[in-house]
Each structure stands twice: as structure tokens, then as C-alpha cells.
Design a binder for this molecule. Structure first.
Ligand code: NAP
Length: 326
């Protein structure tokens, strides 16, 4: 019998990569989408998986829809990737962010408890929950959380609810605390994709500048295609747990710009980048740097694509995409 997995946020970056991964493993993939007539299939088409997914209609903010889906399908595994995932928007949309990212998880977990308690559950937690908190410069699974945005706070609620359902009801509920991971299908609002898209446009003569906020922010950037494998591995363990996924290496936005522009043969990139204070956040996180020893040891997982390879992959994909439409 084929295993059945439900992926919420199936049309997002991670949803698309995870679908591809699970389909290759022989899973039946159910994808939750808010409006079946208006799904943006771009990411799923990019990875050639759209036709192989069965879409089900539901919204993380609508408890009834989630209860119906879980009762009807009783999936073996649920990967909860749906979220209002853009940190920058979470100050303006704090209520929506909380409804989707926090309450939505409570609804989903309750539905699983009531209708399919053997279902294994993966929660997409985030390094943003740490804020600037660290242990000797690095974040580990034991580092205290200090969220610094409505997004991070909403995710912290979901993290603890996931732990609580594990402890209260003995359910298989795992948290992946993921550091930033990118790809050619990262949303265009995110800084990495904004840069790869902007660099490609400048290279092709379609734009003259990229407007950015703080260039000195540092992040631990990996490749989404590597990270989805570990999501699956977390649900194949004997016991559920919380795991950090990171590369263990940080780079600044400036580093990202350097590699991206250099890749298209532009060395004096400063003249194309305009600092625009509207992209600064009310509270900035200056550095996120994760220690992934537990994932390495227990899951046997390691991030494979390095920083430069990732940046070049993103720029190449945008150059190709834009050249086609030119
Ligand atoms: P993404 O590309 O923004 O995808 C999020 C998905 O959630 C979209 O498909 C969106 O659907 C869906 N969604 C939003 N609100 C919904 C709702 N009310 N009901 C149902 N679906 C809804 O995000 P991602 O980069 O793939 O990230 C996946 C998950 O990992 C997210 O939970 C994110 O917060 C978390 N995470 C990501 C990173 C990272 O670096 N990428 C790091 C740590 C954690 P629509 O297309 O309809 O908007």
C-alpha cells in the first residue's frame, strides 16, 4: 500500500520540493490549497509535479475544513508547511499571521488527535524563534527562544503546541527548526530571490537597480531541496523530536550580492544597489547561525549545496526565466 502524505502549503517553495521528494519515494501526495480554482502552480510546474498531486480544499484558518480533510483521508504523515511566512509582513498582519501560523496548527493537531491519532506530524518551525539569542554564537536545540517578530511569536506557539500534543497525547509530532533555505522558487519578496531576480534583470537590461534594507544582516542559508529530505527523515525515526536544520555557515546579504553580481560579470555592484529604509524592520535580527549536530548524528542528514552554488543556481534560473519572457 502506498503511504499517504498531506502537505499544507503544497504550492509554496518547500511544498513543491517536498512533493517531488515524496512522489519519488512512492507516496500518494495530497496537497492542501485554499482555493482550488486559483492555486498558483508556478512552483509545482517548475519541478514538474503538479499533475501527480491530489489537491484538497482547505484553509489553515478554517478549522472545519481541516477536520473534514483529516477525517476523510487519515494520512500516514502530515507536513504542515502552510504559513504567512514573510517576517516583514507580520507586523502589519499580526492577527492574520497568528490565525494561520498558530491557531491553524492547533486546529490541525486537534483534528489529527480526534480522527487519525496515528498520523505522524511535522511542524515547520523556524530559526526566527531564537531572535538574537545564542550559545557562544551558535543556536542549538537547547538555546532559549526570544522571538522578535509577530511571525516568530506565532511560530513559537505552534512549536510548543506540537511538543504539547506529543507529551499530552503520545502523538508523533516533530518540529524542524529550519534556518533560512532558498531555491530558484523562493518567493520574490524574500531578500535572496529579490537579489537573484534583480541581478538577472540588470544583466538583461530590464532593470537599473535593486532596492534593499540592511546589507549587514547575516543568515545561515541552505538549499530547500536538501532540507525537505530531513523533514521526511524526522518522521521515519522511532521517536518524535525537535531538530535544527542549518548549514552551520553564515553569510551577509553583502556576500550574497557579491557572488550574484560577480556570477553575471558585474564587479562594481554598489552602483546598482539602493538602500531603502522602507525595507528595514522595526526590530532587526543581525545573525542567525545554527548548529546542526543533532540532525547529523540522529538523522544522518547534512546540507549538501554550498552557499556559492546556491546563489549561482538562483541567478541562473532567473536569467533563464526572464530570457524566455523577454
Ligand atoms: P512559502 O513559499 O511562503 O509557502 C507558504 C504556503 O502556505 C503557500 O503555499 C501559501 O499558499 C500557504 N498558505 C498561506 N496561508 C494559508 C492558509 N491560510 N491556508 C492554507 N495555506 C496557506 O513558504 P516556504 O518557504 O515554502 O516555507 C514553508 C514553511 O516553512 C512555512 O511555514 C515557513 O514559515 C517555514 N519556514 C521557512 C523557512 C525558509 O527559509 N523558507 C525557514 C524556516 C521556516 P498561497 O499560495 O495560497 O498563499
Amino acid at each position: 500500500m502506498k503511504k499517504k502524505a498531506l502537505i499544507t502549503g503544497v504550492a509554496g517553495q518547500d511544498g513543491a520540493y517536498l512533493s517531488k521528494f515524496l512522489l519519488a519515494k512512492g507516496y500518494e501526495v495530497l496537497g492542501l490549497a485554499r482555493d482550488l480554482t486559483a492555486v498558483n502552480f508556478e512552483n509545482l510546474d517548475f519541478l514538474n509535479v503538479r499533475e501527480k498531486i491530489t489537491f484538497v480544499n482547505g484553509d489553515m484558518a478554517d478549522e472545519e475544513s481541516l477536520r473534514k480533510i483529516i477525517a476523510e483521508h487519515q494520512p500516514d504523515e502530515v507536513y504542515n508547511l502552510a504559513a504567512q511566512s514573510f517576517v516583514g509582513a507580520s507586523w502589519e498582519q499580526a492577527k492574520l499571521t497568528t490565525e494561520v501560523n498558530s491557531l491553524g496548527v492547533l486546529y490541525l493537531l486537534t483534528a489529527i488527535k480526534d480522527f487519525s491519532p496515528k498520523t505522524k506530524f511535522y511542524q515547520a518551525s523556524t530559526s526566527e524563534m531564537f531572535g538574537d539569542s545564542h550559545t557562544e554564537g551558535l543556536q542549538t536545540e537547547e538555546t532559549p527562544f526570544h522571538p522578535k517578530s509577530p511571525y516568530a511569536i506565532s511560530k513559537l506557539y505552534a512549536y510548543w503546541m506540537t511538543v504539547n500534543f506529543r507529551e499530552s497525547y503520545g502523538m508523533f509530532c516533530a518540529n524542524g527548526i529550519l534556518f533560512n533555505h532558498e531555491s530558484p522558487i523562493r518567493g520574490l519578496r524574500f531578500v535572496t530571490r529579490k537579489i537573484s531576480d534583480g541581478v538577472a534583470r540588470i544583466k538583461l537590461g530590464l532593470a537599473e537597480e535593486i532596492r534593499l534594507g540592511n546589507l549587514d544582516s547575516k543568515r545561515d542559508w541552505g538549499f530547500a531541496g536538501d532540507y525537505v529530505k530531513a523533514m521526511w527523515l524526522m518522521l521515519q525515526q522511532e521517536k518524535p523530536d525537535n531538530y535544527i536544520l542549518s548549514t552551520g555557515v553564515t553569510h551577509s546579504i553583502r556576500d550574497f550580492l557579491n557572488v550574484a553580481f560577480e556570477h553575471v560579470g558585474i564587479n562594481d555592484w554598489e552602483r546598482y544597489v539602493k538602500i531603502d529604509p522602507q525595507f528595514n524592520r522595526p526590530v532587526e535580527l543581525y545573525a542567525l547561525h545554527g548548529k546542526n549536530d543533532k540532525a547529523k548524528k540522529v538523522l544522518g542528514w547534512e546540507s549538501e549545496v554550498g552557499f556559492e552554488e546556491l546563489v549561482k543556481m538562483m541567478v541562473d534560473a532567473d536569467v533563464e526565466r526572464l530570457s524566455k519572457n523577454k
